[in-house]
Design a protein around this ligand. Structure first.
Ligand code: GDP
Length: 316
């Protein structure tokens, strides 16, 4: 069984790790958001791709979810002493990846090939694919003006109120050849929307016109996992953003957001009663992923339910 998972950062990578462990080797392809990517101190930083790499390699920081475990912070301390910006935390080992990536990109390599090189060095038996080679930047229109994603998310800790979100460059971006091949693969059995932030992490992927069209043309079920548990986000600003955009933070709103794209939705047991308001197959199960076992169990549940789904009315 080959499975494609669309993912943002920490929340998405939790389920992706479960899928990675639940499936045979080389059966998972992650398509990862690059709308959060930015340049900092001249380095190209790709937070969601790096979270995917570190998580699947088992070297992520278990406390934060992002960055590397057993990290040291000499660079940041030296930076601070020299008066440099420290709002974006760069661990010493993490920075090696940013330096290497920037060097390779400047030498003419594609982002896909750089990520694949690192994936191979980290012995990850899954494909980790940037959604596009072109620069797409998530821009957040807030009560403090329009700001770039990292400025909103990290520097300002999601405090400004969001009015709208746009993905600069997405309309003219195209999916990579590897993404196209993964979505057209003969052995593909299911596509999973990980429980990432729909507005900041999944929407940039869906904003790439040919990628969205390929998802709409799919011949395999597409199943999403809700990032909400009992109306609240496990972590991060998903529920806050929904409130600011005037959207109820319910699984029904998540289903409506993905309307026309998904064939089924997995919700937390706490939200089981939402099913009656959702015009799609809804499957309730505990979705809080604290341990590796939680991740693998949820992944197995998602894969089993995907097998039961039909693709938007068309029999499989
Ligand atoms: P980020 O880019 O690092 O913020 O991460 P993502 O966008 O991939 O994930 C953020 C979302 O993951 C939030 O909306 C969380 O509610 C959701 N999330 C995190 N952990 C869990 C979990 O254990 N279960 C579920 N259902 N959602 C989770």
């Amino acid at each position: 069984m080959t499975v494609v998972a669309l993912s943002g950062g920490v929340g998405g990578a939790k389920l992706a790790l479960g899928l990675y462990r639940a499936l045979p080797a080389n059966s998972l392809t992650m398509i990862v958001n690059t709308g959060d990517d930015f340049d900092h101190f001249g380095l190209r930083i790709c937070p969601d791709l790096d979270t995917a790499l570190y998580t699947l390699a088992g070297i992520n920081d278990p406390e934060h979810g992002w960055g590397r475990r057993d990290e040291t912070w000499t660079l940041m301390r030296a930076m601070e002493s020299l008066g440099g910006d420290t709002w974006f935390r760069l661990g010493d080992a993490d920075t090696a990846l940013h330096v290497l990536r920037t060097h390779r990109l400047r030498s003419g390599a594609s982002l896909s090939s750089v990520i694949d090189e690192i994936r191979s060095r980290l012995a990850i038996a899954a494909d980790i694919l940037p959604m596009t080679e072109l620069a797409v930047g998530t821009m957040v229109d807030t009560d403090a003006g329009e700001i770039a994603f990292q400025d909103y998310f990290v520097r300002r800790r999601c405090e400004p109120r969001i009015r709208a979100i746009r993905f600069a460059g997405a309309a003219v971006a195209t999916m990579t050849a590897q993404v196209r091949a993964a979505l057209a693969c003969e052995t593909l059995q299911a596509i999973v929307l990980c429980p990432s932030n729909p507005y900041l992490s999944i929407d940039p992927i869906l904003a790439i016109p040919d990628l969205r069209a390929a998802l709409e043309r799919r011949r395999v079920p597409l199943i999403a996992v809700s990032p909400l548990i009992g109306g609240a986000a496990v972590k991060g600003p998903t529920a806050k953003i929904m409130a600011e955009l005037g959207i109820e933070s319910t699984p029904a709103a998540i289903a409506a957001h993905y309307a026309g794209l998904i064939d089924g939705l997995v919700v937390d047991s706490a939200d089981a009663d939402a099913a009656s308001r959702i015009p799609l197959p809804v499957f309730a199960t505990p979705t809080l992923m604290k341990t590796l076992e939680d991740r693998v169990r949820l992944a197995r549940f998602v894969l089993a339910r995907a097998r039961e789904l039909t693709v938007r009315g068309r029999p499989r």
